[in-house]
Design a protein around this ligand. Structure first.
Ligand SMILES: Cc1cc2nc3c(=O)[nH]c(=O)nc-3n(C[C@H](O)[C@H](O)[C@H](O)COP(=O)(O)O)c2cc1C
Length: 382
């Protein structure tokens, strides 16, 4: 990763390092992949104001969320099965995030369990939760997360069912495919011996950390179908109220794309919301997150912190997010690709790049503090 200079470089390198099925799992989107492109393009279309002669010799990139100060307004979004991208992937990512003092998530669908990650990284993380049909499993997950030091559960609400993902169907990720497709998949592994050695040989056990109970006895090729069946498609705001009551602490809701739902999430007990369309992997055709924020910020801004993810790819984008009304932003694919390229060092490098670009962007925009960024950018054409 020494020669990497920007986030897009990680994508190119990861394409060569990862089996195609895994690269497509991270890179791909649902159906025609329109929303993912919109997420990236619409950040780039937010114009920034060039403010000069403002003495930018001391720029403070830090930000406060839930009373805790972080080094800059970036968090790492939950991306499932990071243990397949690099050896014990979740542990390596958590270590890099802790080193940079930025928020990161433990996950429902992770390769390493909550306990394994928490044992190796002391800072209290957030725990991303999916609502599952069996509430006893949800309760057990929450209890395990609390015991491991988690202080904020993040309920993802935009995945009552798993969307259609053509690339995954073709590669057979977690599903049964033809013998011919299987042979092609195995042949594809031969030049990826670095990944084989790192993940398959040294990365054991390759499990599903927190949900092994649900998957007991299931053929590994049928895992996708079993997970789909266990997601609770009857989930409503009452479940947010239930989690809030049970957790008795701060709760975040992720997957809000509309001011009405932002309002409802807060009324149901959310202490913060994450504006997110799951990186475009769920409802293809939904608006980009950049275009959604102004409407949400005008309705609920001030009553709860607003975070955002989807398409953030540079330090400029990290300035653009609070300029439209958010407290902080998060990235998913950028850290996933960085992890695949260089493990802990790759993620460290990705975070360093984003932080450096942010400090340059703040200087050129004349912002001395992140709290002063609000209200200076305008979508092009307004
Ligand atoms: C491969 C992949 C797996 C993901 N897994 C999860 C998950 O398990 N839970 C979740 O809440 N979001 C998940 N997401 C969504 C991310 O948390 C995040 O919203 C999205 O990646 C942000 O967009 P970006 O990748 O453009 O930064 C996943 C996204 C991708 C691409």
């Amino acid at each position: 990763v020494r020669d990497v200079v920007c986030i897009d470089d990680f994508v190119r390198i990861a394409k060569k390092a990862l089996p195609i099925a895994l690269f497509d799992y991270i890179d791909g989107d649902s159906l025609a992949e329109v929303t993912r492109r919109g997420n990236v393009d619409d950040w780039a279309a937010v114009c920034l104001e060039q403010r000069v002669m403002r003495d930018v010799s001391t720029v403070d990139t830090s930000v406060e969320i839930f009373g805790e100060r972080h080094s800059f307004p970036l968090g790492l979004s939950p991306v499932g099965l990071a243990g397949m991208f690099a050896k014990r992937g979740e542990v390596q990512v958590a270590m890099a995030a802790r080193q940079h003092d930025i928020p990161r998530h433990l996950l429902t669908f992770s390769s390493s369990s909550v306990n394994e990650v928490a044992a190796k990284t002391s800072a209290p993380p957030w725990f991303q939760l999916y609502m599952l049909r069996d509430k006893k499993i949800v309760e057990a997950l929450l209890d395990r997360a609390r015991a491991a030091g988690v202080n904020v559960p993040v309920l993802t609400v935009d995945l009552p069912v798993v969307s259609v993902r053509y690339r995954d169907y073709r590669s057979g990720l977690g599903r049964n495919i033809s013998l011919q497709a299987k042979v092609k998949g195995v042949a594809d592994l031969i030049p990826r011996y670095g990944w084989l050695l790192d993940v398959v040989v040294r990365g054991h056990p390759l499990g599903f950390g927190n949900i092994e109970d649900i998957l007991r006895g299931v053929e590994r090729t049928n895992v996708g179908a079993r997970i789909d069946r266990n997601l609770d498609d009857s989930v409503t705001w009452r479940d947010v109220e239930w989690i809030k009551q049970r957790w008795k602490g701060k709760v975040v809701v992720k997957g809000i794309m509309n001011s009405l739902y932002a309002d409802q999430a807060i009324k149901a007990g959310a202490d913060a919301i994450i504006v997110s369309n799951h990186g475009g992997t769920q409802l293809d055709g939904v608006l980009s997150t950049a275009k959604t924020i102004p409407e949400i910020a005008s309705r609920v801004g001030g009553s709860a912190p607003i975070l955002v993810d989807g398409g953030i790819r540079s330090g400029l984008d990290i300035v653009r997010a609070p300029s439209l009304g958010t407290s902080s932003c998060m990235v998913g694919r950028p850290w996933a690709f960085a992890l695949a390229c260089g493990g802990y060092s790759g993620v460290m490098k990705a975070i360093e790049i984003l932080r450096f670009e942010l400090s340059i962007a703040m200087s050129l925009c004349g912002f001395l503090k992140t709290s002063g960024i609000v209200g200076f950018a305008l979508p092009r054409g307004t």
